[in-house]
Design a protein around this ligand. Structure first.
Ligand SMILES: [Cu+2]
Length: 68
C-alpha cells in the first residue's frame, strides 16, 4: 500500500510513499519503473493505491489498483 507522489508517463515511472514491503524493503518514498504506461491511467498524485512489484533484475510495478 502507498500514496502516489508523482507520475512520469514517459518513464514510465511512479513515485510512491510506500509502507513496509515484507522481505523486500522498509517503508520509504521512492520511484519505481512501471511495465506499461497504461497502468498510470486514472491514477493521480495523492491517490492511495495497492500495487504489485515484479522483483527481477530491476524492480518494476506490474499492477496498480486505486483504493476507494
Ligand atoms: Cu522502497
Amino acid at each position: 500500500m502507498g500514496v502516489v507522489k508523482s507520475l512520469n508517463p514517459k518513464g514510465p515511472a511512479i513515485e510512491i510513499d510506500h509502507g513496509d514491503i515484507e522481505g523486500l524493503m522498509p517503508a520509504m518514498q521512492m520511484e519505481f519503473p512501471v511495465t506499461d504506461a497504461n497502468l498510470l491511467n486514472g491514477i493521480a498524485v495523492n491517490d492511495r493505491i495497492d500495487f504489485t512489484i515484479e522483483n527481477g533484475t530491476e524492480m518494476k510495478v506490474t499492477a496498480i489498483k486505486k483504493k476507494e
